[in-house]
Design a protein around this ligand. Structure first.
Ligand code: SF4
Ligand code: SF4
Length: 324
């Protein structure tokens, strides 16, 4: 895989400082049952990195001590981590909102047949990857058969109440473009998803989040190989809107890797850009139990234009519409 960091670090980006922390996003490992082309984590079934029990304990201690409102669990396929359910149940017991970044196909993997009812019981908010409502596009990006399996997964979640009015079970879908282009307007795309998935498959959901592809990891490497890296960066830089700087997720998120080290966001984690803090080369979550990061400078570079281009991108979708 081609490393995009030597190219990204040369590109200046406006300075950002951290605000009040409200979300802990933990990456519990890079193992996944899929290996999608655009994956910014480089996840696959062959990856072995995985958060262990001791780090999971630190996560729970941090949540409780710092009274963090939201635990956002990602991977890989986070549900494959043996501590996933313990983390979910303990965080819910503390009253935290828990989000699971679910690829949908995991619901059909051997040993995960009881996953969907578990998530519903715990009232976990599901953020599901669904890069298109058309079979060909999804299978090209995520692998053959992924569309059908995702549709079965969505139907299963709907049957449990997910995405249905009044159930309290939130099901949001994530869209990202197929190639080096900006996502279309989130609201219009959401209307298309609702119409097609509703009419053709009887599926309901709460929101569609659009996210730009980040020029890092597998997607960034593919851009370099195809000679499209510079053009994509120019597209992102040309569409940069300063107003989006106020809503980028590094202001109120903290990203934790499988070893417990912290980063300003998941993308910085994938670039191995640790949180900048005093003289430490790397900061561990256990060092921050009594430390407030408000005002700390964020480590920014060229990839950050992926968050501020056009309508903007965050783990909650477009910034423009999210703010409205
Ligand atoms: S399902 Fe998600 S984590 Fe897994 S390979 Fe695809 S994009 Fe990466
Ligand atoms: S990639 Fe986005 S979230 Fe991460 S540091 Fe840059 S602006 Fe912040």
């Amino acid at each position: 895989m081609r490393d995009t960091w030597p190219l990204l670090e040369k590109i200046p980006f406006p300075a950002i400082r951290r605000g009040r922390l409200d979300t802990l996003q933990i990456n519990v490992g890079y193992r996944c049952n899929q290996s999608c082309v655009h994956c910014h984590v480089g996840a696959s079934p062959n990856r072995t990195e995985e958060m262990g029990g001791k780090v999971a304990d630190t996560v729970l201690e941090f949540l409780e001590r710092r009274r963090i409102a939201t635990l956002d669990i990602t991977g890989g396929a986070p549900e494959l981590n043996p501590h996933f359910r313990r983390l979910v149940a303990a965080a819910r017991d503390m009253g935290a909102r828990v989000m699971d970044r679910c690829n949908l196909t995991i619901l059909e993997v051997a040993g995960q047949k009881d996953l969907a009812p578990f998530l519903a019981d715990q009232q976990v908010e599901i953020v599901a990857s669904m890069p298109c409502y058309l079979e060909d596009n999804v299978d090209r990006q995520r692998g053959k058969g992924v569309f059908d399996s995702s549709i079965r997964g969505l139907k299963r979640l709907n049957a449990l109440g997910y995405g249905r009015d009044g159930s309290g079970l939130v099901l949001n879908l994530v869209y990202n473009p197929q190639g080096p282009a900006l996502p279309p307007p989130q609201e219009a795309l959401e209307a298309d998803y609702r119409r097609v998935l509703g009419e053709e498959h009887g599926i309901v959901f709460n929101r569609v989040f659009t996210m730009a592809n980040m020029p890092i990891q597998r997607f960034g490497s593919m851009l370099i190989s195809k000679g499209q890296f510079d053009a994509y960066l120019e597209l992102l830089q040309g569409a940069h809107l300063p107003a989006n700087l106020g809503g980028v997720m590094c202001r109120n998120h903290l990203s934790v890797d499988w070893r417990g080290f912290v980063y300003d966001c998941d993308f910085n984690q994938m670039l191995d850009l640790p949180l900048a803090r005093a003289a430490s080369e790397r900061v561990h979550l256990s060092d921050l139990l009594d430390d407030d990061l408000e005002g700390n400078p964020v480590r920014v570079a060229g990839h950050c234009f992926g968050c501020t281009a056009g309508q903007g991108s965050s783990c909650g979708g477009a910034l423009k519409e999210a703010a409205e």
